[in-house]
Design a protein. Structure first.
Lengths: 556, 235, 274
């Protein structure tokens, strides 16, 4: 019986570890293989403070959280600049360093012997020194940690994390500060793991570096993948299955270290099989907003706004030795649609990048409403009122249509963890309002009926509409569309034209890059012809297209 | 040696998107077909689907009358069908000579390789001068010439080129077009060329097809398209 | 002298990674398996040179099987690179523990052949270390010649340079991938056998091997074989330089520091272009 209780305690600890790991790799898409290190640092912090320095519970736990969170931020720093393979190796390297430190800093950590005789926790007069007595505490703490992780995942912050995972550039384009998000999610995931470590130290009363190795991280990885990345309940399930299943091996008679190895082989095998046959895991990713039947907001989406002119003055930008944009003067006036046309390589997308902060000009200025946008980061520029869409859309494919729009809405206090945890009622009220607004925007573009579908399920035309909706949602009044209608069949175009006209009529500042000259003719009151990074001509579309010199250049 | 290529009702795309939406194309043996269209019209997907690099969702492709739909690139190459992809398809870290040798990878009669190489050098003397140079250090125009040279190394009967003029200065574009004509005449290879640069490519085409949003909207002789206003209408 | 050890590991790993784009974590246990294969042969009273050949063969076979059985199905499904990476982690765990189960957890040793000690100026060089360096030189040279002079070798380089273009000229990428795995594992088997003789073999030796190999490749620049060798040598150099000042146990951490510094300064690695 004691044995079963022990397994349950371990399940509780793994639940904390797996769910916090899921936040990092499943929600944020940050593949950091250092989770066992966070677990170990938390355990050792407790061990050192409690056993060696006699600090009473729960102070060592809190100290552990602080140290591990700091470590988490250190690990996050390389993640700010690099990703993918590089992040894997750096976090793996960190794992190695931590293990080495734990093994070798004998003075502090007891070296290979570890630290023994860690005092048990005493609660309400009872000493928690048996699995049975420890279990309630373990479950309570696990529930608390899980609730913290759950709240984070289900909040607008969690949604922003997923958006960042799907596409960093697009997340910035809708106003998300991805640097802050990466740092904070690392800190929280590390802190949660450290709590588990602290409990572990008090429970087993002994810590040794060999418990906190990369093999453990892979074990946790298997739990998260099995349960389903992006689904915290799945991590619970994965933790349960992978902690209990190998115990069944106990019924087979064999020496314990062989059993141990077979258990590990089992994890590895399950990992490979799951990836092969059901990579999304047992439970699907949870969407954060289900109330897509919310009634749309009454205030119309294309209500008149006071937009300003967006100007680029003397913009220059070089790549290597080539000038992509060489002295560009461009003014986009509010209340009408300006078209940007030109042959391939004319610098149109580069111009957009410069106007929206995705690239900084080598020379020249970008002004919105007379205010300079120099040096402002992309996620801030969108807050200042200038937004852009991408030629390749960059939709958040594993989020629902509704979530794609929701995440783009501006000034969400739910993006800040302080509000998420300490003023949830404010966040809830905001969510309700935002849901109504998001639905209104979706109705405006004609995607209202598809709100609950994943963005990956949309047809080509619907994807284009979603990109427009997402840009609209940012609340930016200057909207720059990069080939928003390319590849759409004429009947789809006919349906979309009125949208753009209404937006222009509302006073917004619109600019579109298009190759399809039908679109330019239909939509644009004014067109600018770009070639070799310079503005060659400006006028009505008819004027430009009738000019033989320009059409000569267009078709080179 | 040349061969014809025909596509009937070709459908191809990525995921749910039908980037190529039921296209019929035909180029007779020994002729040059020019395929025009704006960005996003499906030209590159078309090329990749014809050659076996992109999945064919519907329709058929015939080489010299034989069905080759969805066949792997390796088998196409062995059958004399070469592809010059967009964006300088060369091996940047290898020398010009090695690049050419790799172009002739499927050529089993190694002795013929020398002959093919000489033809390439004849067409592009600059490559002969720089045969030991790393491909990545060549200029854009030279890389494009090398890319074409690679395709010639197994004496193909049909060459598919995807925007060979992209990113090149006008005089180099002219050179590329002239080489294509020479290849067509001396080697007799059938040419299917996808292009954005209408002005340079129109004069060398025997026939032109114009694509728009995945469909073909024009198929016929090049002369009517010389009028740019007409072209603007089509685009 | 550790530099040549890491250089060979980097070369083997880099060959696999550069050609197939697969982050092959199971490279570690395959390396360990080579050492065990070598040991097993000596346990069967084979002479050392034959045992080494057995070790190399074991490694090559294990590497190719890893590819065909585990990685290739994912490749055919066009799974994202991250999925294959996680699968390789799973394979790592399975193989590492399988070795432990089959061979036990004790360190396997092989009686070292008598080797002289050279005095070269202020340096004292053992026969084993000389063998390491010689191995690196010979293998690097042989591989270099093979890759740059033979038809198939050039196909390997081609796939490493531009996999799509390799397909376009008609190269059979499956055969090249198999060759990459076979060669890469065989190359790693050499330092494996040398370590077996010097320190003995344990089931866990694979982890540090693949870790160092990965670091060497990243530092040297992903996609450059010369870089992988340089990266490995650099690692060895930094380790040796630190050997005097820092206690042995910390030396793996030096790798981390080198990695960190290089990535911050030049995110593409020293020779990287990708």
């Amino acid at each position: 019986m004691d044995y079963v209780l022990h397994v349950l305690v371990m399940v509780a600890l793994y639940a904390i570890l797996a769910s916090s790991f899921n936040l990092l790799i499943g929600y944020a898409g940050l593949f950091a293989l250092s989770h066992a290190a966070f677990f170990g640092v938390g355990a050792y912090a407790t061990a050192i403070l409690a056993a060696k320095l006699g600090v009473p519970f729960p102070l060592p736990t809190l100290a552990g959280i602080a140290v591990t969170a700091a470590l988490g931020i250190v690990v996050a720093l390389p993640a700010l600049r690099i990703g993918g393979d590089y992040l894997v190796i750096v976090t793996l390297a960190l794992q190695v360093v931590v293990t080495a430190t734990l093994l070798n800093w004998t003075g502090l950590t007891g070296g290979t012997d570890g630290i023994r005789a860690i005092p048990r926790i005493e609660l309400f007069g009872a000493r928690l020194d048996t699995p049975g007595s420890f279990l309630p505490l373990a479950v309570a703490v696990a529930a608390l940690c899980f609730a913290i992780a759950w709240r984070l995942g289900a909040s607008p912050y969690g949604r922003a994390l997923k958006a960042m995972r799907e596409n960093e550039a697009a997340a910035q384009a809708v106003g998300k500060n991805i640097v802050a998000m990466k740092l904070s999610v690392f800190a929280i995931a590390a802190a949660l793991a450290s709590v588990a470590g602290s409990l572990y130290a008090h429970y087993v009363s002994f810590v040794s570096a060999e418990n906190f190795t990369v093999e453990l991280t892979i074990y946790l990885l298997a739990m998260v993948i099995l349960g389903g990345t992006g689904n915290l309940a799945g991590s619970l399930l994965g933790a349960f299955i992978l902690a209990v299943l190998p115990e069944l091996l106990k019924f087979v008679d064999m020496p314990s270290d062989v059993a141990d190895k077979l258990r590990q082989m089992l994890y590895g095998l399950i990992l490979i099989l799951i990836l092969r046959w059901r990579p999304q895991g047992l439970l699907p990713e949870s969407a954060s907003a289900h109330h897509y039947r919310a009634p749309p907001e009454r205030a119309p989406v294309d209500a008149p706004v006071e937009a300003a002119a967006l100007e680029g003055r003397g913009l220059e930008r070089h790549f290597g030795g080539i000038a992509a944009v060489a002295g560009l003067d461009l003014t986009i006036e509010p209340g009408r649609i300006t078209g940007l046309i030109g042959p391939n390589g004319a610098g149109k997308t580069t111009a957009f990048n410069l106007l929206t902060g995705f690239l900084q000009p080598d020379r020249g200025e970008v002004l919105y409403g007379g205010r300079s946008l120099k040096g402002v980061k992309p996620h801030r520029i969108v807050r200042a009122g200038v937004g852009r869409s991408f030629q390749d859309l960059k939709l958040f494919t594993h989020l629902t249509v509704l979530e794609n729009v929701l995440v783009a809405l501006p000034r969400q206090r739910g993006d800040y963890l302080a509000y998420v945890y300490f003023a949830p009622w404010i966040v809830r009220a905001e969510e309700r309002r935002n849901l109504a607004r998001a639905m209104a925007i979706l109705e405006f573009v004609g995607l209202g009926a598809r709100a609950g579908e994943l963005a990956s399920e949309l047809s080509y035309a619907e994807e284009k509409l979603l990109a427009v909706a997402r840009l609209l949602a940012t609340g930016a009044q200057a909207l720059l569309f990069d080939e928003p209608l390319s590849g759409l069949a004429p009947n789809a175009l006919a349906k979309v034209f009125p949208l753009f006209r209404r937006l222009a009529a509302s006073g917004r500042t619109l600019c579109i890059i298009e190759h399809n000259l039908d679109v330019i003719r239909e939509l644009c009151d004014r067109a600018v012809f770009l070639d070799e990074g310079r503005k060659l001509a400006e006028g009505t579309p008819e004027e430009l297209m009738r000019d033989p010199q320009l059409s000569g250049r267009y078709f080179k | 040696m040349s061969v014809s290529l025909a596509a009937r009702g070709l459908v191809a795309g990525y995921g749910r998107k039908r980037v190529v939406d039921g296209i019929d194309l035909e180029v007779d043996a020994g002729r040059i077909l020019l395929v025009l269209g704006h960005n996003g019209a499906g030209k590159t997907t078309l090329a990749r689907a014809l050659f076996g690099l992109a999945r064919v969702a519907g329709g058929a492709v015939r080489l010299g009358g034989r069905d080759i739909t969805g066949r792997s690139p390796a088998r196409n190459v062995a059958d004399g069908f070469a592809f010059v992809p967009q964006g300088h398809g060369v091996f940047r870290s290898l020398s010009v000579a090695d690049n050419l040798e790799l172009g002739g990878f499927v050529e089993h009669e190694r002795s013929r390789l020398a002959e093919h190489r000489e033809r390439v050098f004849g067409l592009f003397p600059i490559l002969a001068e720089r045969r030991a140079q790393l491909a990545g250090t060549l200029s854009g125009g030279q890389q494009q010439m090398l890319a074409i040279g690679i395709a010639l190394m197994h004496a193909p009967r049909l060459i598919l080129l995807d925007e060979p003029s992209i990113g090149l200065a006008p005089n180099l574009v002219e050179k590329v077009m002239q080489s294509v004509v020479q290849i067509n005449r001396s080697l007799g290879a059938t040419i299917l060329m996808i292009e954005q640069n209408v002005k340079a490519s129109l004069p060398i085409a025997h026939r032109v097809a114009v694509l728009k949003t995945g469909r073909k909207i024009y198929d016929g002789p090049p002369e009517p398209l010389a009028d740019h206003v007409r072209l603007m209408e089509l685009f | 002298m550790n530099g040549s050890h890491y250089a060979l590991l980097g070369l083997g790993f880099g060959l696999v990674f550069g050609t197939t784009r697969i982050t092959h974590f199971a490279f570690g246990p395959v390396y360990a398996l080579s050492a065990y294969g070598c040991w097993f042969a000596t346990a069967l009273s084979a002479p050392l040179w034959l045992a080494a050949a057995a070790g190399i063969a074991t490694g090559a076979l294990a590497g190719v099987l890893s590819y065909l059985v585990v990685y290739r199905p994912f490749e055919r499904d066009e799974s994202p690179a991250l999925v294959i990476l996680i699968a390789s982690l799973g394979l790592f765990i399975v193989l590492e523990n399988a070795i432990g189960v089959v061979f036990g957890t004790d360190t396997k040793v092989v009686p070292a052949p008598p080797s002289g000690v050279l005095l070269w100026g202020p340096l004292v060089v053992t026969g084993a270390q000389l063998a390491q360096v010689a191995a690196l030189a010979v293998i690097a040279l042989a591989l270099g010649l093979y890759l740059t002079r033979t038809r198939f070798g050039k196909a390997v380089l081609a796939m490493s340079d531009n996999p799509e273009m390799a397909r376009i000229v008609g190269i059979d990428t499956l055969r090249v991938s198999i060759a990459a795995f076979a060669l890469g594992s065989a190359i790693a088997a050499v330092p494996a056998c040398l370590i077996l003789v010097k320190d003995g073999a344990t089931a866990h030796m694979g982890f540090i091997a693949v870790f160092m190999a990965f670091v060497a490749v990243v530092v040297g620049g992903i996609g450059s074989l010369r870089g992988a060798v340089a990266g490995g040598l650099a690692l060895g150099l930094v380790e040796s330089a630190g050997m005097a000042k820092i206690p042995t146990e910390w030396q793996n951490s030096i790798a981390f520091v080198v990695l960190f510094v290089v990535l911050l300064a030049r995110p593409r690695g020293l020779f990287g272009g990708r």
